[in-house]
Design a protein around this ligand. Structure first.
Ligand code: COA
Length: 146
């Protein structure tokens, strides 16, 4: 059943702890953000070396139900891995997690935040637009160092 804002559980948002790993990966997988072939442990380990306080989890009814990773590079802020447990989506939890990540970025002096939506996941664009994001005229490029 899809949750509605009025029956959404209360959400506690706090920084990630090492003991959250399995729960966080579970949310990512069930929300369709990652595949089992990805190096989740490596991704998490790397994030914990830089602004680990901006790796947030949402806790409701004693379990991890959402995540967001943010970071400020001195010029732009970035949002990654925003995910809400599928049975709790559309209940306002994604907004709360994104708000918390944005607050953390602003506190570091960040004046603009960027994010990328994977091709095939365009259905989430409406969510971000609702929260003030606009689709920008850019070509996204990347290069792996390892
Ligand atoms: C994207 C995601 C995090 C949004 O979280 P959520 O808890 O479902 O969203 P919320 O309930 O907080 O939505 C906030 C507002 O956006 C609206 N909204 C949500 N999804 C929307 C969509 N696809 N299109 C338009 N509006 C949308 C909601 O109706 C709500 O508006 P309201 O406050 O006026 O009622 C969640 O759907 C998710 O985990 N998706 C799978 C993982 C994913 O794709 N993450 C993004 C990677 S870029």
């Amino acid at each position: 059943m899809v949750a509605h804002p009025t029956d959404a559980p209360a959400l506690e948002i706090r920084p990630y702890r090492e003991s959250d790993e399995a729960d966080v990966v579970g949310v990512w997988e069930r929300a369709g953000l990652v595949s089992s072939a990805d190096d989740h442990a490596g991704d998490i380990r790397e994030k914990l070396t830089v602004q680990r306080e901006l790796f947030l989890v949402g806790i409701a009814q004693g379990r991890v139900v959402g995540t967001v990773m943010a970071g400020f590079d001195g010029h732009r802020g970035w949002i990654h891995r925003l995910a809400v447990e599928p049975d709790l989506q559309s209940g306002g939890l994604g907004r709360q997690l994104l708000d918390a990540a944005e607050s953390g970025l602003r506190a570091l002096g960040c004046s603009k935040v960027n994010l990328q939506v994977r091709a095939g996941n365009e259905r989430v664009v409406g969510f971000y637009e609702k929260l003030g994001y606009v689709v920008e005229d850019r070509v996204s490029m990347g290069k792996r160092f390892a």
